[in-house]
Design a protein. Structure first.
Ligand code: F6P
Length: 532
């Protein structure tokens, strides 16, 4: 019902010019400042009424009780019968109860062990056969890869431990290219897999073990496992003191804050790791305690709902003007699309509105020279989410940072302001065009404008700031999922492909005839097998 009210509101305001709404007061009204972040959503067509309706939608959803349920350890992931408590991994202390039991002593115990291990690797107390570890390879995929690899790149100025490498793809090229040039006698392999059954990860881990066995007497001693399954890590040959475990109430794509972050903790060291967690925990406190209207997580989510579910914009671009956040869009693809790409509500009925949307993007200014053409002049409207820091980490290159900022602001401005036909005519005329040709040339230079964007400004991309930003997006997903009444914490949609791949593997290897496959698949199998 509320969706329909919002949809009719959308129709009323759709063609209204955002620019016409713009003044200083609007910027004050439609922005949030919190803990070193400034979030500007004035360059959307949201107004007071719309925001009121969106906040009503939220109020009428089960969001408030669900948030309370999540933080108090209730089993809100109903299809897997699990609590959702990744926030506990970054909490400073407890108690946090699950089934009446405080989980924090175990969380803090694992954190203590993990950080001691990370420090011992960094200071050389734990070494490989060839001496201090120079390299760490994290082998994992999805949530066991995207978080640490994205954050490792993001926090490059703070990394001063062994060099980290990340292998995810089952394509042998990935592990091959990473192993090339590494010394197995000074390389630590971190096998990151919550379930420890993921075929890509186990295959790559075995390849790494074989590689190491050629040069190292006790290869398994250079292996660490991050997993919820102690049994399977033991079967792989990794001793219990080299396993850092976590509970099933930590979802894969939310797992960066605990053992899955080990490679990052080794790279950063204890203090920066802890401030990374603190940054995220500060966003958790904001999410829990700040009234809806001023809650950055809630507002970001409501803008998402406004653009995707109400306005029907099928995608949103995440555009960090920070080269080191180049992998953020990939990280958010899993976080948002694996969480909220669902068609069935918690009660098993169909969702009556589109879920999604598709999340994509890359760092600015690179994207400007690739896909921004479509964002500015294409026929689809793509809401853009810009991120930009007040400061970079290169004091000698401040002028480059100013240029970066100028580009970021120029893009959101161009999207909103556009260029009308009269101005386009003037430009074409200056170029010497006249008559019909002037008209034709001018039309190509028109930007319709009125395209929405938000801008998140942060002070500097420190570990604490990155923690805040990731937690912000996590909570955004939660709010959107609650409004859509879906379970954001399962991922059944990835299962079928895994099952079929398991069956097709032996067919491609010639061990199974593969009867029962459809004609297209059968033919593709033949073609692929024809090149032995
Ligand atoms: O692709 C599905 C998925 O289950 C993700 O949710 C998860 O992050 C990834 O696979 C890896 O799983 P695991 O950590 O168990 O190896």
């Amino acid at each position: 019902m509320m969706f329909s009210e919002l949809k009719s509101k959308w129709k009323d305001v759709e063609s209204r010019q955002i620019l016409a709404l713009m003044d200083r007061q609007r910027v004050n009204n439609f922005s949030i400042q919190t803990n070193g972040l400034f979030f500007d959503y004035s360059k959307t067509n949201i107004d007071g009424d719309t925001l009121g309706l969106l906040l009503d939608l939220l109020k009428k959803s089960s969001f408030h009780e669900k948030r309370e349920a999540m933080f108090s350890g209730k089993k809100i992931n109903i299809t897997e019968d699990r609590a959702v408590l990744h926030t506990a991994l970054r909490a400073e202390n407890g108690p946090i109860l699950m089934d009446g039991k405080d989980i924090m002593p175990a969380v803090l115990g694992t954190r203590f062990r993990m950080l001691n291990f990370a420090e011992a690797i960094r200071n050389g107390e734990i070494q490989g056969e060839g001496g201090r570890y120079t390299d760490v390879i994290n082998i994992g995929i999805g949530g066991s890869d995207l978080g640490p690899s994205m954050a490792y790149l993001a926090l490059r100025p703070y990394t001063n431990g062994p060099k980290c490498h990340f292998v995810s793809n089952v394509d042998g090229a990935h592990i091959n290219d990473v192993l090339e040039g590494l010394n197995p006698r000074t390389t630590l392999v971190v096998v990151a897999s919550k379930t420890f059954i993921t075929i890509e990860t186990l295959t790559n881990a075995q390849t790494a073990l074989d590689w190491m066995a050629k040069k190292v007497m006790r290869p398994a001693d250079n292996f660490v496992a991050l997993s919820s399954s102690m049994g399977r890590t033991a079967e792989f040959g990794i001793s219990a003191d080299r396993v850092f475990s976590f509970e099933d109430w930590v979802g894969g794509r939310y797992s960066l804050w605990g053992p899955i972050g080990l490679s990052l903790a080794i790279a950063l060291g204890r203090d920066d790791w802890l401030s990374f967690l603190d940054g995220a925990a500060s966003m958790d406190r904001h999410f829990i305690a700040t009234p809806d209207r001023d809650n950055i997580c809630i507002i970001l989510a409501l803008i998402g709902i406004w653009h995707a579910q109400i306005g029907g914009h099928a995608t949103r671009a995440v555009l960090p003007y920070e080269q080191r956040l180049e992998r953020l869009p990939a990280y958010l693809q899993q976080l948002e699309m694996e969480s909220n790409g669902k068609a069935v509500k918690i009660d098993g009925s169909d969702v009556e509105i589109t879920t999604g949307p598709v999340v994509w993007g890359t760092s600015g200014t690179n994207g400007q020279h690739a896909f921004y053409q479509l964002i500015h002049q294409g026929t689809q409207i793509i809401p853009c989410e810009f991120l930009i820091g007040k400061q970079g980490h290169e004091p000698d290159l401040c002028h480059q940072h100013r240029l970066l900022q100028a580009n970021c602001l120029a893009q959101s401005q161009a999207l909103m302001v556009g260029r009308n036909l009269d101005d386009a005519r003037k430009i074409a005329s200056l170029k010497g065009f006249v008559g019909d040709e002037l008209e034709r040339q001018a039309r190509h230079r028109v930007f319709k404008g009125n395209r929405p964007s938000t801008t998140l400004v942060y002070d500097k991309l420190t570990p604490a700031c990155l923690g805040q930003i990731i937690a912000l997006y996590e909570h955004r997903v939660f709010v959107e999922g609650a409004i859509l009444e879906i379970n954001s914490f399962d991922q059944w949609g990835v299962e079928l492909g895994k099952e079929l791949a398991t069956a097709l593997g032996p067919v491609l290897m010639g061990e199974d005839a593969g009867e029962g496959n459809d004609a297209s698949t059968e033919h593709l199998v033949q073609i692929l097998r024809s090149n032995k």
